[in-house]
Design a protein around this ligand. Sequence first.
Ligand SMILES: Cc1cc2nc3c(=O)[nH]c(=O)nc-3n(C[C@H](O)[C@H](O)[C@H](O)COP(=O)(O)OP(=O)(O)OC[C@H]3O[C@@H](n4cnc5c(N)ncnc54)[C@H](O)[C@@H]3O)c2cc1C
Length: 450
Amino acid sequence: MKRGNIAIAGAGLCGTLMAIRLAEYGYQVDLYERRPDLRKTDISAGRSINLALSDRGLNALDMIGLKAKVSEEIIPMHGRMIHPSDGENAMYSYSGRPGQYINSVSRGGLNMTLLDKAEQSDNINLLFEANVRSVDIKASTLTVIINGEEKTKTYDVIFGSDGAGSAVRRTLQAQSSRLRFDFQQKWLSTGYKELHIPPTTEGGWKIEKHALHIWPRNGHMMIALPNLDGSFTLTMFTPFEGPVGMDRLVTDELITEFMQENFADATIHIPDLLEQFHANPTASLGTIKCYPWAYNRTVLLGDSAHAIVPFYGQGMNCALEDCVVLDQLILEHNHDWDKILPAYQEQRKIDADAIADLAEDNFYEMRDATADPVFNVKRLIELRLEAELEYYSKYSLVTFRADVPYHIAMKQGRLQNKILYDIAKKTEDPTTVELIPILHKINEYVKEHM
Ligand SMILES: Cc1cc2nc3c(=O)[nH]c(=O)nc-3n(C[C@H](O)[C@H](O)[C@H](O)COP(=O)(O)OP(=O)(O)OC[C@H]3O[C@@H](n4cnc5c(N)ncnc54)[C@H](O)[C@@H]3O)c2cc1C
């Protein structure tokens, strides 16, 4: 069945997924991507090489029939492997329930899988090196530069899925007082730099493969996610300035000393540390909140509407889940876009705000709390609660319960944590503490305050 004409700005993760879904319904989709086709050119697909993919993202991939295929290209990470500054490394599972874990996926690989699927559809017109410049909200037109030529075309619906620096959002911002468009951008004083541990000579993994590695260092940290080829992508999260600031790391001696002092067990696996350190940029991290996301027939999707810091591993998962929410509303409102778009932003904004706040909180948890004994006692009690009783930690609600909206996961998770921290402070041995009274106490508190 032929439906309307749709433009999507940005063939990244959520733009391409949305295009595939809309094409399945019979919409004619022009999918515009500023970069060259990443399947044909050797370009970095985006800001980070690998990402943590969890249930919300997998759920969205399932919607377009790609979950099984993508599942062949991911590495399960069963827990956090903590590398303390002194003492033994310790693995903390993400869930007390077997079969609940997160996955490392290549951003470029996932994007290519989505583009391959999009290309198979007769209803999708993939346009690379097509730089979207602006939209006219009233006329529902999109202006794009292709091959140096400016083109303007009218559409029934225009999606801005062009990432955190969205050109579509910028057009809304340019008319912010007329549209009463709220925009807020908050930078973190911590930046990030990526490094790389190569595979062993046999193509194996030099540190534990099935873990997300964390080196918490009180004020800064490093993480590592495995890649399919045996390598690891490391990300250092370090303040731009201050006693452990990037601004101090100006000579080879200072860089080597800093890395040896803080991340010795990773540094030994990076033979070309200094070259990588100089070659790879230090990038910024921030949160973008804005509203409304939809005007007339133009709508923001994914990072363009709600860029978040990466510490819950949810930015992509949330962006992909936007497509699931839209899909449900398309069916509920029988393709009536005048109803779908207002309902989408109303339903989704509260969840996008919640995951943005949770992601910021998790920065401090990963950086500092994972090295805190009380936090680890709390986590051990939670894992036992999950393994033995009907309980989901805040992390599990966010990560493994796609049926629970982010804002509910946040509220319930925070209430649970309040009780659990009080208990953990007084607990000598988390492996023997009685669980049923703890669960009663948590449930009562949650019921009273939700
Ligand atoms: C360091 C780091 C680590 C992260 N780790 C995780 C993680 O572990 N798990 C997770 O879920 N999320 C993670 N994220 C977040 C995740 O990368 C984003 O949330 C996700 O990529 C958003 O998808 P998107 O499709 O909205 O935008 P993007 O992936 O940014 O795609 C936008 C697309 O639009 C294109 N584009 C931009 N401007 C234009 C234009 N003017 N015209 C046409 N095309 C344009 C871009 O080239 C790009 O292809 C991380 C982010 C960072 C920075």
